[in-house]
Design a protein around this ligand. Structure first.
Ligand SMILES: [Zn+2]
Length: 187
């Protein structure tokens, strides 16, 4: 950030009075421009014994597989965002079952929330953001062609939880640090 969105003058990076970290502060009008993590919401759609993945038609990670997910819009809930992104990217109408993974991705300042969801009908499609959408059984998952570590984690948890005698799919908390080191903080 170089200029103040309130008055257009230059901003500088400094610690405001009473704060403890650097912020972009306007030298002219004194506005403090806080920057905070953004929330990504999405779904892990399940149809029978298969899960639905999307092949990305956009950068980053063009051509790699992911779960339908994207940035929340103002004025919507995380549930609405997850449903909207699944409809937009996979053309799929799902029923949310429960919040499943919450990942703090420290190096990109994002929090990703993935809901476990049922896909009642095998209806889905591609979109401007998706080259191809398809159902995968566990032994078909393209583990080496997944777009993000958070997606790999969600799928790993899902198949491990599903293998339990009476699966409960507990909420998983994850923090991914700048070195992509994955710290597991299970609840
Ligand atoms: Zn200003």
């Amino acid at each position: 950030m170089n200029f103040c969105s309130q008055c257009g003058h230059k901003v500088s990076l400094r610690i405001p009075a009473g704060d403890n970290r650097e912020r972009h502060v306007c030298d002219h009008c004194g506005s403090i421009h806080y920057q905070n993590p953004r929330i990504v919401a999405g779904c892990l759609p399940v149809h029978g014994h298969q899960v639905l993945l999307c092949k990305r038609a956009i950068e980053p990670r063009y051509g790699l597989w992911t779960l339908p997910a994207g940035f929340m819009e103002n004025g919507e809930s995380t549930e609405e965002a997850a449903l909207r992104e699944t409809l937009e990217e996979a053309r799929a109408e799902v029923v949310l079952r429960k919040l499943y993974t919450v990942s703090s991705i420290l190096h990109v300042n994002q929090v990703q929330m993935i809901y476990l969801a049922d896909l009642p009908e095998a209806h889905f499609g591609s979109s401007e953001e998706t080259l191809e959408t398809r159902l995968f059984s566990e032994d078909e998952i393209p583990w080496d062609e997944l777009a993000f570590p958070t997606i790999r984690n969600a799928l790993r948890f899902f198949f491990a939880d599903r293998a339990e005698t009476s699966p409960s799919f507990p909420l998983r908390h994850l923090a991914l640090s700048p070195g992509h080191e994955e710290l597991l903080l299970e609840s």
